[in-house]
Design a protein around this ligand. Structure first.
Ligand code: SF4
Ligand code: MG
Length: 319
């Protein structure tokens, strides 16, 4: 398999007045070139932080980030500048991430200028028009401002801007969460078409499992800074195994699932990610919790081919 990205024991801790916040706490995964890894979890689980740490928009506290086999945490500023052309990000709220005083053509053209991708103004203008075509934006919008456009078009601008430097790898952080459901499908289809056409690899971050269901090759479920389950998407939906994944899946409307699941409510206090106690971080909300669950972090174990789960109960059943 041609791994484009692998993270090993990735950690990002933040100092806070109350103690050390374990936002990302020992995450391991890899992605094959041209595939999509969906990263799913509730807000605060560390999924966005993971995406930013991988792009070195935030510096990791520990661990390795291997991009095409090289640990990019060792890269110099100049090496990182070149790497920026290959790794991009699409943000959740296109409006907040776009400069309101710049026109559509200026926004899409800016990375071309910063990275000196074009020889002159004419080349920039031609490339901007080409990018607008690629994402399905009419050339009539060249001189409009983001606030004049609807959310779907604004997100297309964000995508065009991310594509400007011909990246190989894109972190998509809740790219459709701020959009109406009808527009969501259009943008997801566009992203899938672009992936096929340009051979892109995606990390697709979302709190909404139904969004990544048809889109992801693999899905990683995060809870309080750690991966609790990872599997090919079809396996995860057919045989969700971690109690947290089951709860997330049971919240999806039945019509979009192949089989009926009993609704599992998420109750109980969420463990604090600040100075977390040893043991499973889901224990306070888990209906299956036993005293043993407080003894040490559950390890991510392979329960079936390519299907990994971190749960003491499941580990016990495997012995
Ligand atoms: Fe629940 Fe225990 Fe498994 Fe954690 S380790 S998910 S508390 S059964
Ligand atoms: Mg987020």
């Amino acid at each position: 398999a041609d791994k484009i990205l692998e993270v090993r024991n990735l950690k990002k801790h933040f100092s806070t007045p109350k103690g050390l916040l374990h936002a990302v706490d020992g995450v391991n995964f890899s992605i094959e070139r041209g595939k999509t890894l969906g990263v799913v979890g509730e807000s605060g689980c560390g999924k966005s932080t993971t995406g930013r740490v991988i792009l070195r928009l935030l510096e990791a506290t520990d661990g390795e980030i291997l991009f095409e086999g090289k640990n990019i945490r060792d890269f110099s500023k100049e090496e990182m500048r070149r790497l920026r052309e290959e790794m991009q990000i699409i943000f959740q709220d296109p409006f907040a991430s776009l400069n309101p005083r710049m026109t559509v053509s200026e926004i899409i053209g800016e990375p071309l200028i910063i990275h000196k991708m074009c020889k002159n103004k004419d080349e920039i203008a031609a490339r901007v028009r080409e990018l607008m075509d690629t994402v399905g934006l009419s050339q009539r919008l060249l001189n409009t401002y983001p606030h004049e456009l609807d959310g779907g078009r604004r997100q297309r601008i964000g995508i065009a801007r991310a594509l400007a430097l011909n990246p190989k790898f894109i972190v998509c952080d809740e790219p459709v969460s701020a959009l109406d459901v009808s527009i969501q499908a259009q943008v997801l289809n566009l992203m899938q078409d672009l992936q096929a056409k340009l051979g892109l690899t995606y990390i697709f971050i979302t709190h909404d499992l139904s969004v990544v269901k048809h889109f992801s090759d693999d899905i990683a479920v995060m809870y309080l800074g750690q991966l609790v389950e990872k599997a090919p998407a079809s396996k995860l939906f057919k045989n969700p195994s971690h109690p947290y994944t089951k709860a997330l899946l049971s919240a999806i409307p039945v019509a979009s699932l192949s089989h009926k699941m009993e609704r599992v409510r998420l109750e109980g206090e969420i463990t604090s990610p600040i100075n977390p106690e040893p043991g499973c971080r889901f224990a306070k909300r888990c209906t299956y919790a036993t005293p043993e669950c407080g003894h040490g972090d559950p390890r991510l174990l392979e329960i079936a081919e390519d299907h990994f789960v971190a749960c003491h109960l499941i580990e016990g059943m495997m012995d």
